[in-house]
Design a protein around this ligand. Structure first.
Ligand code: XIL
Length: 346
C-alpha cells in the first residue's frame, strides 16, 4: 500500500514536471531515421559546395533533395540548342553516392525562364515542339536518377483562373495536358506532380486545382501527385484547413508532397521579432501539420521537404526584403524548436 502510494506520487510528480520542460531534442540522429516517409530539403548548390555545416546537415538529416534552383529552365536550358548539365549532374552524383532521393523541380514555370524561351517566336506547332523538346530532353537525361518531377509549377491565380503565362498564351489551356503527356511518353514509371502555393489556405485556388487535376485524370492523363508548397506563416495559417487540404488530395487519390515548407514568423514585415514566442508558435504549427500528414495512407505520403536548412539560407528574407526565421535551424545551425516538434511527431 505504502509502495503504491509512493509510485503514484512519483508518477504525478513526473507528469507535472514533464509539462514544464521545454521541448528538447538532439540532432545527433537524422530526422529521416525517425520517419516512415522521406524528409527532404531544398539544396542550394553553392552552399552545398562551400559550407561544410550545410553539407553535413543535409547529409545527416535528410534523405530527399530538391534542387532549389539548378534544375529550373534558365539553368538547365540557357539557350535553345544548349542544355547545361554540369552542376545538375554533380548534384545527381552527390545524391547517388549518399543515397538521397532527388526530386525534379521544375519543368514548366513562369519564373526563372531563359530569355530565349520567354521571347520565343513561333506558331502553335513550333511552341508545342519547343515545349516537348524541353520536357523530354530533361526527363530523358535524368531518367535513371530522377524518378519524380514537378511538371507544371504555379499554373493558377489566386482566384482559381489559369495564370496567363507564356505556355497558356501560346498553347492555350491544353498546355497542361500536353505537358503531362510528353512527360509520360519518356517513361511511364516516373511520378508526375503538379506543384503550387496557397492551396492549403485559398479555397478558390484549391478547388480549381483539384478540379483541373481530376478532369485531366478522367481524360486519361497521368498525374500522380500534388505538391503543396506550404510557404506558410504563424499569423494567418489555419492548421485545420491544412489538415483538410492534405486529406482532400489524398482522398482523391493523389500522392501528397509538402514540397517547399517554410514557416514565416514575420509576414507583416515588422522590424523586430520576439524569437522565443515566434519559434514556439512555429513549432506548434509544424507539429500539428506533421500529425495531420501522419494520418495519410503510406502510399500517398511522398514526403515532406523544407525549403532550405537554416534561417540564414532561406529565400524569404531576401525575396521579401524583411527579417524572418522560417526554417528548422537558426543562423548558427542549431536546431530550433520546430526541428524538435518535427522530430517528436514523426
Ligand atoms: C525560389 C528560390 O528559393 C530562390 O532562390 C529563387 O531566387 C526564386 O525561387 N516557389 C517555387 C520555388 O516553386 O522554386 C521558389 O524558389 C520559391 C517559390
Amino acid at each position: 500500500m505504502k509502495n503504491s502510494l509512493y509510485i503514484l506520487i512519483l508518477i504525478i510528480l513526473f507528469c507535472g514536471c514533464k509539462k514544464n520542460i521545454p521541448i528538447e531534442c538532439s540532432d545527433n540522429i537524422g530526422l529521416y531515421k525517425f520517419s516512415k516517409y522521406p524528409i527532404g530539403c531544398a539544396i542550394n548548390f553553392d552552399f552545398l559546395n562551400n559550407d561544410n555545416f550545410y553539407r553535413n546537415i543535409s547529409l545527416q538529416q535528410f534523405n530527399s533533395i530538391t534542387p532549389e534552383n539548378i534544375f529550373k529552365a534558365s539553368f538547365l536550358h540557357p539557350s535553345e540548342s544548349v542544355f547545361d548539365w554540369v552542376n545538375a549532374d554533380s548534384l545527381v552524383r552527390f545524391c547517388k553516392i549518399n543515397q538521397k532521393r532527388l526530386h525534379g523541380h521544375t519543368l514548366l514555370w513562369h519564373q526563372q525562364l531563359p530569355n530565349w524561351m520567354n521571347y520565343f517566336q513561333g506558331n502553335l506547332q513550333q511552341w508545342e515542339a519547343m515545349m516537348k523538346s524541353h520536357i523530354q530532353t530533361i526527363i530523358t537525361h535524368f531518367k535513371n536518377d530522377v524518378k519524380a518531377w514537378d511538371v507544371v509549377n504555379e499554373a493558377f491565380n489566386e482566384d482559381g483562373t489559369l495564370r496567363n503565362n507564356i505556355w497558356k498564351q501560346h498553347l492555350e489551356d491544353s498546355y497542361l495536358e500536353k505537358a503531362y503527356n510528353y512527360a509520360k511518353d519518356v517513361d511511364a514509371n516516373i511520378l508526375l506532380f503538379y506543384n503550387d502555393y496557397n492551396i492549403e489556405s485559398n479555397n478558390n485556388k484549391r478547388q480549381a486545382v483539384l478540379q483541373c487535376l481530376n478532369n485531366l485524370r478522367n481524360r486519361g492523363v497521368k498525374i500522380d501527385g500534388i505538391g503543396l508548397q506550404m510557404h506558410i506563416n504563424t499569423y494567418s495559417t489555419d492548421q485545420s484547413e491544412i489538415a483538410n487540404t492534405i486529406k482532400l488530395f489524398s482522398d482523391n487519390g493523389y500522392k501528397v508532397h509538402l514540397s517547399e515548407v517554410d514557416i514565416s514568423v514575420n509576414p507583416l514585415s515588422l522590424t523586430s521579432i520576439n524569437k522565443e514566442i515566434a519559434f514556439q508558435r512555429q513549432a506548434n504549427l509544424l507539429g500539428g501539420i506533421i500529425k495531420a500528414y501522419n494520418q495519410l495512407p503510406q502510399r500517398n505520403q511522398y514526403g515532406i521537404t523544407f525549403w532550405g536548412i537554416s534561417d540564414k539560407d532561406s529565400w524569404i528574407p531576401a525575396y521579401y526584403n524583411r527579417i524572418d526565421y522560417p526554417l528548422l535551424y537558426d543562423d548558427n545551425y542549431s536546431p530550433k524548436p520546430m526541428y524538435c516538434a518535427l522530430k517528436n511527431n514523426l
